[in-house]
Design a protein around this ligand. Structure first.
Ligand code: GAR
Length: 202
C-alpha cells in the first residue's frame, strides 16, 4: 500500500475523488496528510471529516517565496509519502522540490497539455476556439505543466459553452482521470521512460 500526500489550495473536489477511491477500495493507498497553502481551503473540511491530518503552510505568513518553498519542502519530506498529488494546488513549486520528488509527484491540469498551461486553462481554451478540451494527469517536473503525461481525457467544446460550462464538463472527467492515475501508480503499473509514460498491462 502506498502512502499518499495531497496538496490542494481550494475546493478540493479532486481530493475528495481520491478519498472516495480509497474508501471504496479501488485505490490501494493511505492518505497520510493534506498540505495546503490556504488556511480557509474547503479541502481542509474534507480532510477533517475523514480524519486525515492537515498541514497548513500559509503562504501569506512568509516573508519571501524562498522561505515558503523551504517550509513546503520540509513538510513534504516529513510526510514520507510514496506519492504526492497536486489536486488544485495553485502555486508553482520551486526547482528543488520538483527535483526532490521527481517520479513521485503528479498534477491534474484542466486542459489537454501541452496546450493551455498555467492559470484559467478552460478560459484559454474557450478564447482560442478549440473544439475539444479536457484534462491531463502528468508527473511534475521543473517546468509549468510540462512533465511526462500519464492520462488525458477529452471532452467536446460546444458553441454555447462559456468558461463555467466547459469547466464543469472537464471537472467531471478530472474526477475519473485522477483517481485512475492514482490507482495505476499505487499498483506499480506506471513506468516512466524519459518523456514517455508506459501503462503496464494488468
Ligand atoms: C481543478 O479544475 C484542477 O484541474 C485545477 O484547479 C481545479 C481544482 O478543483 N488545477 C489547476 O488549474 C492547476 N493549474 P478542486 O479544488 O475542486 O479539485
Amino acid at each position: 500500500m502506498k502512502n499518499i500526500a495531497v496538496l490542494a489550495s481550494g475546493r478540493g473536489s479532486n481530493f475528495q475523488g481520491i478519498i472516495d477511491g480509497i474508501n471504496c477500495g479501488k485505490i490501494n493507498g493511505k492518505l497520510v496528510c493534506l498540505i495546503t497553502d490556504k488556511p480557509d481551503a474547503y479541502a481542509i473540511t474534507r480532510a477533517k471529516s475523514n480524519n486525515i491530518p492537515v498541514i497548513v503552510i500559509d503562504f501569506s505568513l512568509f516573508k519571501s517565496r524562498e522561505d515558503y518553498n523551504r517550509a513546503l519542502n520540509k513538510a513534504m519530506l516529513e510526510a514520507k509519502a510514496d506519492l504526492f498529488i497536486l489536486a488544485g494546488y495553485m502555486r508553482l513549486l520551486d526547482d528543488e522540490t520538483a527535483k526532490t520528488f521527481s517520479g513521485k509527484m503528479i498534477n491534474i491540469h484542466p486542459a489537454l497539455l501541452p496546450s493551455f498551461t498555467g492559470l484559467k486553462a478552460q478560459k484559454q481554451a474557450i478564447e482560442y476556439g478549440v473544439k475539444v478540451a479536457g484534462c491531463t494527469v502528468h508527473f511534475v517536473d521543473e517546468g509549468m505543466d510540462t512533465g511526462p503525461i500519464i492520462l488525458q481525457h477529452v471532452v467536446p467544446v460546444f458553441d454555447t459553452d462559456d468558461e463555467e460550462k466547459l469547466s464543469e464538463r472537464i471537472l467531471k472527467e478530472e474526477h475519473i482521470a485522477l483517481p485512475k492515475a492514482v490507482e495505476l501508480f499505487c499498483n506499480d503499473k506506471i513506468k516512466i521512460e524519459g518523456r514517455i509514460v508506459r501503462i503496464l498491462p494488468e
